[in-house]
Ligand binder design. Sequence first.
Ligand code: PLP
Length: 417
Amino acid sequence: MKKENLKPESLMMSYGYKPELSQGAIKTPIFQTSTFVFETAEEGKAFFELAYGLREQGAEEEPGLIYSRLNNPDLEILEDRLTLWDKAEDGAVFESGMAAISTVLMEFLKPGDLLLYSSPVYGGTSYFIKNILTQYGIEVVGFQAGQRKEEIVEILKSTGKADRLKHIHIETPANPTNALVDIAMCKEIAEQYSTNDKQVTLAVDNTYMGPLWSHPLEHGADLVIYSATKYIGGHSDVIAGACLGSKELIKRVKGMRTFLGNMAGPWTGWLLMRSLETLKARMELQARNAEQIANYLKKHPKVEHVYYLGFIEEKDTENYRIYKKQYSSAGAMISFDIKGGEREAFLFLNNLKLIKLAVSLGSTESLAEHPATMTHIDVPEEDKKKNFITEKLVRLSIGVENHEDLIWDIGQALDKV
Ligand SMILES: *Cc1c(COP(=O)(O)O)cnc(C)c1O
């Protein structure tokens, strides 16, 4: 079987796993083990030499299994399968999306370096950047999704430390309003500030769109990051994260992971492999449902505005250009402004019957929440305004239920407002 010729969805059940090594079991067993037995001391020595980079890997040689903080079959097979969606050389999985994000930031930034990041970003990311990284002497500066390259370069220059730019972290589409950032434009900035002895790296958090319809590496990103808790896990039953990129960069990420000790465990790996088998089927249905629901909301008299990628029009030129270039679907995330404010938004949320009132996204069940008082409560007032995170904003993550039932539920809850 040649992977080049087959689509990822065809390979999710088998890729990277050899049944003959596990008694013929068709599925990867859960390798619930902390350590691995070496056949000989020489073998143990050879494995350690490779793990610590003390010599080059031989042509036929595979890195051996040593200890589950370094590697475990459930993680390695999962990592191999994840690379297929994003056509990445290598990947690293973590026990949470935040673990993936914080490990990348710690690996690529040192005291004195400058980080450029897009806004809005996930609440946990924003907290880590502003309150944790800055404790270690790392300077940080943000820009707004929608700003042009010249404006961002001006922001960089205004810090007086633009020459120390070392890493760029962006989130696109951004949570909760689907704001877009041009990945290739950020790559140009990264290149502009790279020198012979300093590569400015670009990481893209692609959680909000998921691995099916957008491949940031193709647009110039060096690393793509996921909260695998969302679409990849997809069943609201596991917290996990992933980072994908070149062999060289992932080796560094895995090195940091080894010493922070925040790799995913074998159970998490197994659950995610099970989830990946249905990733495409789930996401396609979620996106189809979302389109129906967005169209319904758009026409509803109690709805003021719908934030849905499918509604970006050609006349909105810059956003439309980025949308068409970076994404091949509008995804399954919708936000909308209800007419009124917090009272009306809460009435709607409290009256939903099928859709659950909960944060998180990308799962089989549809979820609804109120960003201003929940996921984005920590965002400063001024930034909330800039990002349209108002009291009347409601966020929906559309699942795999029957779309008529979802529309019925939304309709009856809006009737109560
Ligand atoms: C949920 C989320 C995260 C954090 O992931 P966890 O798995 O909860 O740690 C990061 N970025 C985005 C865009 C998210 O939605």
